[in-house]
Design a protein around this ligand. Structure first.
Ligand code: SAM
Length: 290
């Protein structure tokens, strides 16, 4: 089966953005990693599906108490797998062995290619697949009976910009998010074989065969002015939104965005001290029925 992401997004090109998000999320996400490791065997097998740049694998590795774990990193983008492997191997040292598998989560045969997992982790990948319920079913079959499946999906979108930027119409961020939402709906509808999942993630996980389904939030908050990286992240984010949501923006908003992203313009975002990062990741988890 050919291995590819279905969404036409060049994920390899997004490495820098993924790394910045990981760095900004790391400390609150570490608390989630610790929570997910609780109740696992001391030397668990952890499969990270759609591992991206590998940040969660790093946190799991750093939080492991003893040696003997196995990490299996799975992604459809080979370049990201290579990058993820490097950072997870460095973090794990001799505590864990790290394997990579270049694969598509939409491949229903995936469970035959991977060891049964004590924990299956899939962050922000399922919503990119044409049949999300089928992907949840596959993730569930990757867990051993009684094993845990946890996905990061939904939550509250990041807000980063003051409401009144002193240029253009106030409320730009709301319109960028609305445009991104329109793009996302169109992108999903255009995925070959797209199937709707007209219910929430908890229901999807229950239907996939998980018990004790639960959700918890991870608050990500960097108040202004935040670290220098925050400005770079916000510039990258606004630029990505302008790329994908540009068609849904009015022309005055497009002009405002161009000014905000231009280092030579007095309105350049990189010169502001009032950017922030506030959002919530939601993690939904459950255990595969015995
Ligand atoms: C939004 S990124 C999330 C990365 C990481 N899990 C995180 O939360 O930062 C989506 C990741 O899923 C991968 N991906 C997209 N479609 C996939 C597919 N069909 N099978 C496997 N991986 C896929 C991409 O290559 C990318 O690494």
């Amino acid at each position: 089966m050919a291995v590819y992401a279905h969404d036409d997004i060049d994920w390899a090109e997004r490495l820098r953005s993924l790394r910045m998000a990981e760095a900004l999320d790391a400390e609150p996400t570490r608390v989630a990693a610790r929570r997910l490791l609780e109740g696992l065997p001391e030397a668990p097998t952890i499969v990270d599906v759609g591992c991206g740049a590998g940040g969660m694998g790093v946190l799991f590795a750093e939080e492991l108490a003893v040696a003997g774990a196995k990490f299996v990193l799975v992604d459809a983008t080979e370049h990201l797998l290579t990058e993820a492997r490097q950072v997870v191997v460095a973090a794990a040292g001799d505590k864990a062995i790290v394997e990579t598998v270049h694969a598509d989560v939409a491949d229903k045969g995936l469970p035959d290619k991977l060891p049964p997992a004590d924990l299956v982790w899939a962050s922000r990948v399922v919503h990119h697949l044409p049949d999300q319920q089928a992907a949840l079913d596959t993730l569930t079959r990757l867990a051993r009976p009684g094993g845990m499946v946890a996905i990061a999906e939904g939550g509250l979108d990041f807000n980063c910009l003051p409401w009144d930027l002193g240029i253009g119409r106030p409320g730009l961020e709301g319109r960028l998010l609305a445009g991104r939402s329109e793009w996302f709906a169109e992108m999903r509808a255009g995925l070959p074989g797209a199937v709707s999942m007209p219910y929430g993630w908890n229901t999807g996980l229950q239907q996939a065969g998980l018990d004790a389904v639960d959700s918890f939030g991870v608050l990500i908050h960097h108040p202004s002015p935040g670290p220098e990286l925050l400005r770079e992240f916000v510039i990258e984010r606004v630029s990505w939104f302008a790329d994908v949501a540009g068609d849904w923006l009015a022309s005055d908003d497009r002009e405002t965005v161009a000014a905000l992203l231009d280092p030579a313009n007095p309105a350049f975002l990189g010169a502001r001290q009032d950017l922030f990062l506030l959002g919530v990741k939601t993690i939904h988890c459950g255990r595969r029925r015995e």
